[in-house]
Design a protein around this ligand. Structure first.
Ligand SMILES: *Cc1c(COP(=O)(O)O)cnc(C)c1O
Length: 424
């Protein structure tokens, strides 16, 4: 470990030394010692088109020589306007206003503040959110509060505001989740019906819960949840920080599920993995609740780097690459399916599942399932020996490759995964 660095999500005392990366290109990470690894997880889920894509690099360089940064209150700029226009054109028709911040957690914080103040501005105090067991929405206090009470948050539990959790109807190949879906929907309906004035909104990671273990639900469940929320005039927040920008096989999970949420949070893939940026996109109705001569109705939230022009330029270039390579993220699911089918009967895996570019399975172990399951670090080490960057979430082994991975390269990744599983 470096004498002056403190690494995220890392217990320095027991973690293996971090690997030094010299450069990266496409799907490849090149280490200082000459080894090469395939980045199977898009470097914490951000890298859409592979590393160091020349078009994004050029767009950032060009923008840097013109306007690198400017205060976004009282000033505006083309890149911020263009990103907003493209997002609004593609997202469901009801979503119309784009608020910038600079990471996924803050995108969700903004959504929570918007939802809460939306009611306050209309003279109602709705203080409670409904969230899902197993959820992860970020590491700031507000987002920890709406996330599952877990290992990550337990030390701060006393400082988190109260949230009501309902089960997430996760499913996988060979499972029939209809009864569980109905139960969850019944529970949500009962809450909304019995105390409609209590709930500011419902927040969910649509289609795939990420950090909670790549737990996947069905589109029909989201449609029914949206219908319920609308019927009871609450707000539906989609945290698409991970699922956005093609990950689920469509541009956004809300499009794939054909649902119109009231607020959508986007970050990870937005700049193709080059720069930190995020947006919270809401309906015009929410925006209008803040539009007033009364200064107390303002959304008093902002960050030093709000709508940073370099980030916006990267986002525009990344968007263009998505347009050009749409078929890559739309067809990856079929490839994952084929490879998962071949692994299906392997004695070390169960609960195989896939949504778009994300494939996942549970590795069979004797230990408790969960983030601390020791099979995770074991697989990570074996993967490095095989030339793969994998980072299982406890016993959950998943793939979320950059969209530029070829069929042959993905096949090679699966061959190596089989080798790793055989050796467990
Ligand atoms: C990663 C993630 C976040 C937090 O984003 P950061 O940029 O890490 O703060 C929030 N929600 C979901 C669904 C995520 O996957």
């Amino acid at each position: 470990m470096h004498p002056h660095l403190w690494y995220p999500y890392t217990q320095a005392k027991t973690a293996p030394a971090p690997l030094k990366v010299k450069s990266a290109q496409g799907i490849w990470l090149e280490l200082e010692d000459g080894r090469r690894l395939i980045d199977c997880i898009s470097s914490w889920w951000v890298n859409l088109h592979g590393h160091a894509h020349p078009k994004i690099a050029a767009a950032i360089a060009e923008q840097a020589s013109r306007l690198e940064q400017v205060i976004f209150a009282g000033f505006t700029h083309d890149p911020a306007e263009q990103v907003a226009e493209q997002l609004v054109k593609k997202l469901p028709a009801n979503l119309n206003r784009v608020f910038y911040s600079d990471n996924g957690s803050t995108a969700v914080e903004v959504a929570l503040k918007m939802a809460y103040q939306y009611w306050i501005n209309q003279g109602q105090k709705r203080g409670t959110f409904i969230a899902f067991e197993g959820a992860y929405h970020g590491d700031t206090f507000g987002t920890m509060a709406v996330g599952a009470r877990s290992l990550f948050t337990q030390v701060f539990a006393d400082l988190l505001f109260e949230v009501e959790f309902v089960p997430f109807p996760a499913t996988y190949w060979g499972d029939e989740p209809a009864d569980r879906e109905t139960q969850v929907l019944t529970e949500v309906r009962q809450r909304l019906e019995s105390q409609p004035e209590r709930y500011a909104g419902i927040i969910i990671e649509p289609l795939v819960q990420g950090a909670g273990g790549m737990r996947m639900c069905r589109t029909g469940f989201l449609q029914q949840l949206a219908a319920l929320t609308r019927q009871h005039q609450s707000l539906l927040i989609f945290d698409e920080v991970m699922t956005g920008f093609g990950r689920t096989g469509d541009w956004f999970a809300c499009l794939k599920a054909q649902v119109q949420p009231d607020i959508v949070c986007l970050s990870k893939g937005i700049t193709g993995g080059f720069l930190p940026l995020s947006v919270t996109v809401c309906t015009e109705a929410i925006y209008e609740a803040f539009y007033s001569d009364d200064p107390t109705k303002t959304l008093y939230h902002g960050h030093s780097y709000t709508a940073n022009p370099l980030g916006c330029a990267a986002a525009l270039a990344s968007w263009q690459l998505m347009v050009e390579n749409e078929s890559a993220f739309m067809t990856m699911e079929t490839q994952h399916q084929r490879h998962l089918q071949e692994l299906q009967d392997h004695s070390k895996v169960q609960r195989l599942r896939v949504t778009g570019t994300i494939a996942a399975m549970d590795v069979v172990t004797v230990d408790q399932p969960g983030y601390l399951n020791q099979i995770g670090p074991q697989i990570r080490q074996k993967a490095i020996q095989q030339g793969l960057l994998l980072r299982p979430l406890g016993q959950v082994l998943y793939l979320m490759p950059p969209y530029c991975i070829t069929e042959a390269e993905l096949a090679e990744v699966y061959t190596k995964i089989r080798r790793i599983l055989d050796a467990l």
